[in-house]
Design a protein around this ligand. Structure first.
Ligand code: ADP
Ligand code: ADP
Length: 225
């Protein structure tokens, strides 16, 4: 399977150890929430998995192969950011198709694939708009489609719901879960909301002070004192 495995994963920024010797297997097709206080190393972990940050020590295995030397686009991972980071001058469809354009996929093919993903996130009717003409929730759906167009085995989500109002947050939460189930891929979702983790996760991983403090099914993690 395409389990994601962290082996002695460590990240240092100068004298700061942001991530210390993480060892963990994320089971293929599971919804995992990574929880913990600000500064505990969640984002650094995600960025190393995505390839946006170099590993100081250790390995990141996907399907048994160490992807840590590979550039982000060749890892089988995709990342969705908190601020969505859409290109303001590109239409919704072109934003979603962007990574295929970078790979040299022809326009008809990439637009057809973009349309499929826009349909999946219920945004096909707004495909010709610019990001500025969308609400926050709509921009988030576009960012999701844009990440999924690379057919990742692992989708990394860095506090994806934190910019939304509470009503939309709860709605998008259930849509993320449905999407993850439909695609059958691993979602690794960083949050500092305990409710969010409980509502979404098959497994909760709690980080504290650069290490994994505990990990397990949601009920077990929260049952402890
Ligand atoms: P917030 O909603 O601000 O994230 P929480 O009460 O959900 O506040 O939790 C704050 C932090 O405390 C969590 O991110 C987690 O690291 C830790 N924490 C909370 N409950 C537990 C628990 N049962 N076991 C371990 N750590 C926990
Ligand atoms: P979290 O996502 O849990 O808030 P981070 O991974 O962002 O935690 O940060 C972990 C630690 O690493 C913190 O002490 C933070 O200040 C530090 N850190 C994060 N990014 C950098 C960086 N680019 N340069 C130096 N220190 C950093």
């Amino acid at each position: 399977g395409y389990d994601l495995e962290l082996v002695h994963l460590t990240k240092r920024y100068g004298d700061t150890v942001a991530v210390r010797d993480l060892n963990h297997v994320f089971v293929k097709g599971s919804y995992v929430c990574l929880l913990g206080p600000s500064g505990c190393g969640k984002s650094s972990t995600l960025r190393m998995i995505a390839g946006h940050e170099d590993v100081s020590e250790g390995a990141i295995l996907l399907d048994g192969h160490d992807v840590s030397p590979l550039p982000p686009a060749q890892r089988g991972t995709a990342m969705m950011f908190q601020n969505y980071a859409l290109f303001p001058h590109l239409s919704v469809r072109e934003n979603v198709a962007f990574s295929l354009r970078m790979k040299g996929v022809n326009k008809a093919t990439r637009h057809a694939r973009a349309n499929e993903l826009l349909e999946l996130v219920d945004m096909l009717n707004l495909a010709d708009r610019l990001p500025a003409q969308l609400s926050g929730g709509q921009q988030q759906r576009v960012a999701l489609a844009r990440a999924l167009i690379t057919d990742p085995k692992v989708l990394l989500l860095d506090e994806p719901l934190s910019a939304l109002d509470p009503f939309l947050r709860v709605r998008m939460r259930s849509e993320l879960k449905k999407l993850q189930r439909a695609l059958g891929i691993t979602f690794l979702h960083v949050t500092h909301g305990q409710d969010e983790a409980l509502a979404l996760a098959d497994e909760i991983v709690v980080m504290n002070d650069a290490v994994i403090e505990q990990a397990g099914p949601a009920r077990e993690v929260w049952a402890r004192p």
